[in-house]
Design a protein around this ligand. Structure first.
Ligand SMILES: NC(=O)c1ccc[n+]([C@@H]2O[C@H](COP(=O)([O-])OP(=O)(O)OC[C@H]3O[C@@H](n4cnc5c(N)ncnc54)[C@H](OP(=O)(O)O)[C@@H]3O)[C@@H](O)[C@H]2O)c1
Length: 386
């Protein structure tokens, strides 16, 4: 049976890798929905090659350019963020690869869960913001959530070796990013170029900056809490600079099951598409003798304060994670535009969290309003300082 796939954010790093994987998998997998925000040139190329039923341009200002680039074509063109929800709910979609960056992907992911689709989620921010709601909806509709984030895919794969009740610890690995081993003093004025120079992974800009602050791992702790329904106390982080062990699960008998592979997102993307089967893919196979040794160390939470804050936010719950995520998204944007220093990113997040009055048992409206509040707070905080 042909599996019909929607890729939300097909022009991004994950989206482009997903298309490579689907291309290599062949005729059993058919792309039916592609979406982009600004990069309509690439979207037009993708539409010409993969001939989806629907293409969504979420930025309305780019739709005319897209139409003229595409010319005559049978693909239906939809516009705006709301169109994402419509597209993923279509009967022509079995699997949704969520690869938009940031909270912008939230509504569409919830819509896909409501429609009972298989959700292959790379877009971690919606899980961080609304993991409680999303997992609840998925349980009600039978939507299957399969993580694409390499660490969570590794945990998901390791979990196949035992029962969820037998899990003692989840150990998320982290490359340590470009500033592993640095002091707070050394990195406080890091440049955009230095922060974007990730040692092992080639990713979009936002997640690369998140890796440099280790905010990425903080988000992943919250992501793991929702995906695997484990208390935060059972989630640990180990820095593993070789990025070969993508994460581990320790079971109650002391067995630790690790998932290893070359650092290539094509593998977790493919596993999410073919699960529960494994098929030959395009990821280079590991030769451990060429790697020689694998090392692990405790993260330095004094230098990488985001990680410590992440644990606190994960325990607090409610609207705290929405503020944590939105303040980070807004601060990273300001950093990438050259408006703030590297050190300011986490300072701004802390400022917003300290000012926020957490609401527990938050509804979707509460979470969205906490997200909006934090983004306004970041702007106001910058206006005061600058
Ligand atoms: N890259 C990785 O290796 C990796 C690994 C694990 C997890 N992730 C997660 O996967 C997600 C995507 O990361 P990425 O690195 O692929 O990001 P990216 O390269 O920056 O791509 C982001 C995608 O989202 C689209 N987009 C941006 N803003 C949008 C908006 N407001 N509304 C709708 N679409 C929007 C972009 O469209 P345009 O390009 O057309 O503007 C693009 O297709 C993130 O949540 C990230 O944390 C990524």
């Amino acid at each position: 049976m042909v599996r019909k796939i929607a890729i939300l954010g097909s022009t991004g790093s994950i989206g482009r890798n997903a298309l490579k994987v689907i291309d290599a998998l062949g005729g059993d997998y058919k792309v039916t929905v592609l979406t982009a925000h600004n990069n309509v040139e690439l979207l037009a190329e993708q539409v010409r090659k993969f001939k989806p039923q629907i293409a969504v341009v979420t930025n309305p200002e780019k739709v005319n350019a897209f139409k003229s680039l595409l010319g005559d074509c049978e693909t239906e063109i939809l516009v705006g963020n709301k169109a994402l929800s419509l597209a993923v709910s279509s009967e022509d979609v079995d699997i949704v690869i969520a690869a938009i960056v940031g909270a912008a992907g939230l509504e569409a992911i919830l819509a896909a869960a409501k429609a009972g689709k298989i959700l292959a989620i790379a877009n971690k921010e919606p899980l961080v913001i609304a993991g409680s709601l999303l997992t609840k909806i998925a349980k009600q509709t039978g939507a299957k959530i399969i993580p694409v984030d390499s660490e969570h895919s590794a945990v998901f794969q390791a979990m196949q070796a035992g029962d969820a009740k037998e899990v003692n610890r989840i150990i998320l690995t982290a490359s340590g990013g470009p500033f592993r081993g640095a002091t707070a003093e050394q990195i406080k004025n890091a440049t955009i170029e230095q922060a974007l120079a990730h040692p092992t992974w080639n990713m979009g800009k936002k997640i690369t900056i998140d890796s440099a602050t280790m905010m990425n791992k903080a988000l992943e702790i919250i992501e793991a809490k929702w995906l695997f329904d484990v208390p935060v106390e059972k989630i640990e982080v180990l820095v593993h600079p070789e990025s070969i062990v993508h994460s581990m699960v320790e079971f109650v008998d002391g067995s630790v099951i690790a998932q290893m592979s070359a650092p290539d997102m094509c593998l977790p993307i493919q596993y999410a598409l073919t699960f529960p089967k494994r098929v030959k893919g395009i990821t280079k196979h590991l030769r451990l003798e060429e790697i020689g040794k694998l090392t692990f160390e405790k993260p330095d939470m004094k230098v990488f304060k985001a990680l410590k804050i992440g644990y606190e936010v994960a325990k607090t719950g409610g609207t705290a994670a929405a503020v944590f995520n939105a303040a980070n998204e807004a601060a990273v944007k300001e950093f990438l535009e050259g408006n703030i220093k590297f050190v300011n990113i986490v300072e701004i997040i802390e400022y917003c969290l300290n000012k926020h009055k957490v609401k527990t048992n938050a509804t979707l409206e509460d979470l969205i309003s906490a997200d909006n509040w934090a983004r306004i707070e970041v702007k106001e905080c910058l206006n005061k300082v600058m």
